[in-house]
Design a protein around this ligand. Structure first.
Ligand code: NAG
Ligand code: NAG
Ligand code: NAG
Ligand code: NAG
Length: 321
């Protein structure tokens, strides 16, 4: 075979043990080269699909193969087998023979770029072992590699996973496995990547940043309370002392949920501002921050608003909490 032939090939040619490897992408065309340098009557040139299925004699393609195959003679002496719209089933060994002599032995490899089946989100519970799949098709069989990237800034915490081909096993899942994993499938025809978002059910867990807040008479004070949870399917409310009804927005109170961190950190913060603190109205005391309507449970924390002891200028007895 002359090297100048290479420019007629669709797909690339490589020498292999069995002969020549021809690669073609599915639905494209493939040319299987054969040069018969024997002068005279070449009606004896035949193509076979190995071992013994005859495809062509001289310029005639036999049987149903005719639909997609033809013998191509760009130059005298060439008996190239031209396959249109190559299919995966065309993969295999072909030979070009002259009489009983094998002139050319071809391995046709039909390539299909990797396709990853849809998986975009997975939800686990804490303590479980989880499996992420990267089910991929393609030819040749794609290799799968796993990476992970965190949407938040807690990379590396509690991450314990082992990649086993197309699956990634997550051991002893904690809430910090809330992450984006990337699987990358590669073969000679291309690559595809898929991001899999994982969520971990946990909480709700209410947290306050201080247990006691000191605030002077007639001033205002703002209390902060956070809940961590996934799913974040409830909210927070504040109640004062033993009142069971939650505090609403009015001239006295301002309740402000801050949802900025909700998606990235699974955290909701709700602040409560109490204006013009008074003793008589009972503004000093226990404020309870509690969850409302979470499907996965209940949590609460207490925050105490206290008057500094030196703040006794009006002579009223100190409110003891
Ligand atoms: C070529 O060979 C075939 C038989 O193999 C014969 O029928 C044909 O007449 C030959 N043609 C020429 C031009 O010699
Ligand atoms: C992936 O394939 C495995 C079996 O090989 C199967 O158990 C699993 O459900 C598949 N996952 C998806 C998302 O297709
Ligand atoms: C799983 O994690 C929990 C909490 O992080 C820990 O107490 C436990 O020992 C871990 N189990 C294993 C098998 O690593
Ligand atoms: C939310 O909780 C309240 C009680 O705190 C209940 O009356 C109400 O039905 C709940 N709403 C939903 C949507 O679950």
């Amino acid at each position: 075979m002359s090297t100048s032939l290479a420019c007629f090939f669709i797909g690339s040619l490589l020498s292999s043990v069995n002969g020549v490897l021809v690669r073609a992408k599915v639905n494209e065309n493939a040319i299987l080269p054969c040069i018969v340098r024997i002068p005279g009557n070449n009606t004896e040139v035949k193509w076979f699909r190995n071992p013994n299925t005859i495809l062509s004699m001289a310029l005639h393609v036999i049987g149903p193969s005719r639909k997609r195959m033809s013998i191509n003679q760009p130059y005298i002496g060439e008996w190239n087998l031209h396959i249109q719209h190559v299919q995966l089933g065309d993969t295999g060994d072909y030979s070009c023979r002259f009489g009983n002599d094998v002139i050319e032995q071809i391995d046709l490899m039909v390539e299909i770029a990797p396709t990853i089946q849809e998986t975009h989100e997975m939800t686990f519970n804490e303590g479980e072992t989880g499996i992420l799949w990267c089910n991929v098709t393609g030819s040749p069989v794609p290799t799968v590699r796993w990476f992970w990237k965190s949407p938040n800034q807690i990379d590396g915490i509690g991450q314990d996973s082992t990649a086993e081909g197309n699956r990634l096993v997550l051991h002893n899942i904690t809430r910090y496995y809330d992450n984006i994993y990337v699987c990358l499938a590669t073969n000679t025809a291309g690559e595809e990547r898929r991001e899999i978002r994982t969520h971990v059910n946990f909480g709700p867990e209410v947290e306050v940043f201080q247990n006691t807040v000191y605030a002077k008479l007639r001033e205002e004070v703002t209390l902060h309370c956070a809940v961590e949870a996934y799913p974040m399917d409830g909210t927070l409310e504040w109640v004062f002392q033993n009142n069971n009804s939650p505090i609403d927005n009015n001239w006295k109170y301002k309740v402000v949920p801050d949802k900025d961190m909700m998606n990235d950190y699974n955290t909701l913060i709700v602040s409560l501002t109490i204006r013009n603190l008074q003793l008589g109205d009972g503004d000093y005391g226990h404020y309870i921050c509690r969850t409302k309507n979470f499907s996965r449970g209940y949590s609460e924390k207490v925050l105490i608003v206290q008057k500094p002891s030196e703040d006794n200028e009006d002579g009223v007895i100190r409110y003891d909490v």
